[in-house]
Design a protein around this ligand. Structure first.
Ligand code: G4P
Length: 526
């Protein structure tokens, strides 16, 4: 195996996703503890922007700073190089999360045992399903009273629309929580509530072993055997290939806060989770083991210092070896650029790196050259795709509130859109600019950043829209007829594609009925 192949095969790049408060931050921290990347609990700060903080701008700015530091966390564990990509905790930033999911090879979903599948989890799972991303589920907070584990499994299956297979099983829960039976490795992990320590493991020989009874008592042992028999009866054998193809999700139970069930998860994860996979570019499939470097920008993070506009572009390496100070082609502009200070993310530190491999993320200081989705190569003209925009859920007209600063405003809007903060549509009928977001908070962030970073003032005006959908047709005449009939509701996006602005679900449905030759898309990737 070449060095490149060796480096690729030991990399695991993934994201942890959950509904806010299910325990994503806590689990991330415990994984870092196992990797020796941090030494005390509490070292990873949650990057969630709490609802109550919406009016406190300093807080948002501070939180954004924290999220840069924790955007990517790399650590070594048992010979593997693990990269965890963090996603924003606040649901108004779901779009950021969607994009991060394009840069990972697998995902761990955290679910609260008392709450089950929540809305945000459902939406994020849809994105995973679109991309056939392998998913492992961690059911958290077993130290509290929650729902019956079998009910949770049924709910996961029906709500997340994926087959599930438990690989660990809880022994009681809440006050009487005793531990987890590790189905994957056939061992028993006993629960000793401790926030810092790793739990005690009892090796056993199948579930008839009397050591189970000795450790958890006859009653719980009896119940455990019943449960395990039921599991064996109901769920087929675990097949890694089903997991890798995205059709089956292994499920683990535990308590992140008590560091319980986390090591079981991690040990199984490094064995079954995929190493970096080939990435499909518009022109061809790019294999990680190709000698020449390629990568794409999946996230841009604005600097905190408003007087000095600079950003960090996060580049996911898709193939070859990235080398500091080499000349790379920025495909969109056709320019060659040298990066003298790329950073890698180990634990919570940013360090300058000399080289990086597929699966790794490098941070590149940038002063406005990059746009989300940009490709970097050694000279080949390829374009990575797969960074879809989703139809936003909230829309407002953006208006200039300071006539002297129109230029600043336009520049600011353009750059914020390049960063992927929100989506811009231009109404073809009246030429007005419409900003679409997935949450109210983004409007506030845009207004604040326009003022502080571009010295421009904007004002929001209401527009009542249900959805913006991208339209296309093989029949030019039909497309023209549609645009003519709906001319008041037509817009273009920043790539110049046609977008239909439907003001209600009824109108959208009618349009779909009346114009069967038009295809309506709810993401920009079609
Ligand atoms: P998030 O990133 O998914 O939003 O969740 P986070 O890890 O911040 O966890 C949300 C809350 O749930 C935190 O409590 C955290 O301590 C708690 N938690 C996480 N894992 C477990 C678990 O296994 N058992 C129990 N009982 N609680 C758990 P908080 O009070 O909101 O925050 P904090 O003040 O404790 O940090």
């Amino acid at each position: 195996m070449s060095r490149l192949e060796e480096e690729i095969s030991r990399r695991r790049t993934f994201a942890i996703i959950s509904h806010p408060d299910a325990g994503k931050t806590t689990l991330t921290e415990k994984l870092l503890l196992f990797g020796g990347a941090i030494h005390v609990a509490g070292a990873v700060k949650s990057n969630k922007i709490r609802k109550t903080a919406t009016s406190d701008w300093m807080d948002i700015e501070k939180q954004r700073g924290i999220s840069v530091a924790t955007s990517v966390m790399g650590f070594d564990y048992e010979g593997f190089k693990i990269n965890i990509l963090d996603t924003p905790g606040h649901q108004d930033f779901a779009e950021d999360t969607y994009r991060t999911l394009t840069a990972v090879d697998s995902v761990i979903i955290v679910v609260d045992v008392a709450k089950g599948v929540e809305q945000q989890t459902r939406r994020l799972m849809e994105v995973c399903r679109m991309r056939n991303t392998p998913v492992i589920i961690f059911v958290n907070k077993l130290d509290r009273e929650g729902r019956d584990p079998f009910d949770i499994l049924d709910e996961l299956e029906s709500e997340l629309k994926i087959a599930v297979r438990p690989l660990s099983w809880p022994i009681s829960m809440g006050q009487s929580f005793k531990g987890v039976y590790n189905i994957y490795q056939n061992s028993l992990d006993l629960f000793t509530p401790d926030k810092q320590k790793v739990t005690e493991r009892v090796e056993i020989d199948g579930f008839d072993d009397l050591r189970i009874d000795e450790n958890i008592g006859e009653k719980d042992a009896g119940k455990l055997r019943e449960d395990l028999e039921l599991i064996e009866g109901v769920y087929p054998e675990f097949e890694v290939d089903d997991y890798l193809s995205g059709s089956l999700a292994p499920v683990f139970f535990g308590s992140a806060l008590n560091t319980f069930g986390v090591k079981e998860l991690l040990d199984c994860f490094i064995r079954i989770a995929p190493a970096p996979k080939p990435v499909v570019a518009e022109e061809r499939e790019v294999r990680p083991s190709e000698e020449t470097f390629s990568g794409f920008v999946f996230k841009i993070h604005a600097n905190m210092d408003p007087n000095h506009r600079s950003c960090i572009a996060f580049v996911k390496i898709c193939s070859g070896t990235f080398i500091r100070n080499a000349n790379y082609l920025h495909v969109r502009s056709g320019k060659y650029i040298r990066f003298s200070a790329p950073t890698a993310f180990m634990a919570q530190k940013k360090n300058i790196v000399d080289e990086a491999f597929p699966g790794d993320i490098v941070g590149i200081p940038d002063t406005g050259n990059f746009k989300i989705g940009d490709t970097l190569t050694e000279g080949e003209m390829i374009h990575f795709r797969g960074l879809p925009s989703f139809s936003p859920e909230m829309f407002k007209y953006i208006e200039n509130d300071d006539p002297m600063k129109a230029k600043q405003l336009n520049k600011g809007i353009d750059q914020l859109m390049d960063e992927g903060v929100a989506q811009l549509f231009i109404n073809q009928f009246n030429g007005r600019k419409i900003i679409g977001t997935v949450g109210q908070l983004q409007f506030e962030v845009i207004q604040y950043r326009l003022l502080h970073e571009y010295n421009a003032q904007c004002r929001w005006e209401p527009i009542s829209l249900y959805k913006a959908c991208w339209i296309e047709s093989d029949d030019d005449e039909a497309l023209e007829a549609f645009k003519k009939r709906k001319h008041q509701f037509m817009a273009i996006d920043r790539e110049g594609r046609y977008v239909f602005l439907a003001d209600s679900s009824y109108v959208l449905q009618m349009a779909q009925n009346d114009f069967p030759k038009i295809r309506f898309h709810f993401t920009s990737e079609f």
